[in-house]
Write a protein of this length. Structure first.
Length: 339
């Protein structure tokens, strides 16, 4: 028989057993930890509003979306790769290669073709990474560190080591708006939504989680592990190429090395939101939270005229803090399960 929701055996002199009380408190603490970055984002937005009152103005928010659209696209793809147990250090170089492809093709073809060229280059780079990792069995960290140098070198050769100007007028995807929001922002939102649906509603999404959690168990369950991993790298490469096209469409010039910091930032967005660095656990909405934190920090630091060098220090510190926080949450979660 239960009394107000608890069994008699759970009570000692009218009170819950200490173990049960601690269990409930532990559950609340675990929930607070798991959603800690969401509370951090809310607090950061409030602080930004106080320090920089025009932060929440429609104009500034549109600028924030436009400035971070390319990063959001890459972070969406990086989420799939990391949940699948992979890693990619080459996205900065792939972004540069895609931007050069857009600028080069823009002189001989209309903008849609230039965009497709950048996407094709990005997808091809993703396929190269996938083949090296799945067929040659090279560690993803080592493989993408090596291909990063290769792609960067190809970009330098292709651009003759000079900035490449895009054809004037090919700026629709970079500067035009739809319903008040930049088209680039809509593309980022579409990528995030599609990624969330893929992870939660499709067999491929289930396979990504399974492969990231335990490749051997996934293989025994009949999942084609190499195909699943390869797909995540190709998707990431495709979105990275599109990101390069968007920024060149906006800026009008391509530089091979202009996106090198995107590797650090995209990984930071994913880990900061709470996706497990070792794979098998995560969600697209968590990456959105991480992206929002990075975008808010960057916007506020820019508004305060903080130098780029100091911003790099802040970004690196945030990444270390995110990884440490992820480790803390996992330790608390494991202790809670054992209890």
């Amino acid at each position: 028989m239960k009394v107000d929701g608890t069994a008699p055996s759970d009570r000692v002199e009218g009170r819950l057993r200490p173990g049960k009380a601690r269990s409930g408190a532990g559950a609340v603490g675990l929930i607070a930890l798991r959603y800690g970055m969401l509370w951090t984002l809310i607090a950061l937005i409030i602080a930004a509003w106080i320090v920089y009152p025009t932060f929440i103005s429609p104009t500034n928010l549109r600028n924030v979306v436009s400035q971070n659209a390319a990063l959001g696209l890459i972070a969406a793809g990086m989420t799939l790769v990391i949940i699948g147990g992979g890693f990619d250090l080459s996205v900065g170089s792939v972004y540069g290669l895609g931007s050069v492809a857009f600028a080069r093709v823009s002189h001989v073809a209309p903008e849609p073709v230039s965009i497709l060229a950048a996407i094709g280059v990005g997808a091809s780079a993703g396929m190269v990474n996938a083949l090296i990792i799945t067929r040659l069995k090279v560690n993803p960290f080592v493989a993408t560190l090596g291909t990063s140098s290769v792609f960067l070198g190809i970009g330098y050769v292709w651009s003759n080591n000079y900035p490449v100007l895009a054809e004037p007028g090919q700026d629709v995807v970079g500067l035009s708006r739809l319903l008040g929001l930049p088209i680039s922002g809509w593309l980022m939102i579409l990528a995030m939504v599609a990624g969330a649906i893929l992870l939660t509603r499709t067999l491929l999404g289930q396979g990504i989680f399974a492969v990231g959690g335990s490749p051997e168990a996934a293989r025994l369950a009949g999942i084609r592990v190499d195909l699943v991993r390869a797909t995540t790298y190709v998707i990431l490469g495709t979105l990275t190429g599109l990101a390069g096209a968007i920024d060149v469409s906006k800026l009008g010039v391509a530089q091979v090395d202009q996106g090198q910091n995107l590797t650090l930032l995209s990984i930071t967005c994913v880990i900061l939101g709470g996706t497990a660095l070792l794979g098998g656990e995560g969600a697209m909405w968590r990456t959105v939270v991480g992206l929002a934190i990075i975008a808010t920090l960057t916007n506020v630091l820019d508004s305060l005229a903080i130098s780029t060098q100091v911003q790099l220090v802040v970004q690196g510190t945030v990444l270390v803090a995110a990884v440490s926080f992820d480790y803390l949450v996992r330790q608390v979660s494991n202790r809670s399960r054992r209890a």
